[in-house]
Design a protein around this ligand. Sequence first.
Ligand SMILES: *Cc1c(COP(=O)(O)O)cnc(C)c1O
Length: 424
Amino acid sequence: MTEPRSTNADLFEAAQRVIPGGVNSPVRAFGSVGGTPYFIARAEGPYVFDVEGRRYLDFVQSYGAIILGHAHPAVTEAVAKAAADGTSYGAPTQREVLLAELIAEAAPGVEQVRLVSSGTEATMTAVRLARGHTGRPRIVKFAGCYHGHADALLAAGGSGVATLGLSGSDGVPPNAVADTLVAPYNEVPELDDQVAAVIVEPVAANMGVVPPAPGFLEGLRAACDEAGALLIFDEVITGFRLGRGGAAERFGVTPDIACFGKVIGGGLPIGALGASTEIMQTLAPTGPVYQAGTLSGNPLATAAGLAVLDHLTSGFYNDLEATVTATAAQLDTMLLEAGYEASIIQEGTLLGLYMGQPPINDATWRPKNYDEARTTDEQAYARVHAQALDHGVAFAPGAYEAVFVSPAHTSNVIDEVLTAIAAT
Ligand SMILES: *Cc1c(COP(=O)(O)O)cnc(C)c1O
């Protein structure tokens, strides 16, 4: 074994030798904000601590996988207890049933649930299920929505009208996206009888935060019904974050298939998809659409998920929303005092941050789609990111990530840190 390395720079250098870009998910490499990523040693509540012993107020929260704050005792105890009983069996367990029951109870339109190991697997399976169930090939997605990294969903669209997807990544052959149509967010596209499904983030949270315009989700629902297509809500971020019933409940629109991830695993690898029994029975072993997973329904992930869901009462969400509202105001003040122009968009418990430049410094400005979201000043974001990091505040190292807040992000905690930034 090599010697232990204790600085971020040393670790990043070593990491880049054995891991492409030094990271296991691209955004972590700080490519778009510059600088050296901090390597985390541990985390607690609103804070993460790096290997150099520096503390950061963490607005990343594992990109939304953490909702109770880091290392919440209920979660760590549940995981430790589960681990002592074994880490994976390849056979069903009671906790899988309990978690599926809770998801089905909470999520509109969901009667049955299949647990998988990531959000990517959930959306990939949802697409296959929709195609298998309808017997149709085509998928419609929206520019700026992220649905994980399955080939068919890595399509890039032109702006303006719905366009046939171009491959959004090398290694994704044109064939893989030949049946993926990319439309602008917040506009209901025309659907024909070739469309198996429309997949959408019901609140887009991977281009900052772009809420659905009034009527958009209802319009998608109606268009899908008319065309005989399935409506897939990708609630990997919004599920159990906007409320127990996610965006479907918040906006009163019920999808045919819902995808989950992040929150429902309490920071352990998990994903899930759910739908009516009729649709879900299309999956193997009851139906012809194949899907499987060695670690699906993992005993540690389900233990963590159950521990988290146990805390997510309606009171929890009311409190969290108040915390998020307070945080938004504090961030606004901090950015203003530090000389930045910014728009902070709040949708319930979700926050998005767009930097400077007209039309963004119009207080009423809200991005409606990817083209508008992309007017954010990425350079200004990079400066804010670096300056904040210098003062012990960690925003995500990408201008299009949401700002994640937990109940541990109390006004006092945030004030203490943000005042330090504004003062410099
Ligand atoms: C994170 C995310 C995914 C992918 O989930 P992974 O667990 O990273 O594979 C899919 N959809 C949305 C909306 C996401 O935010």
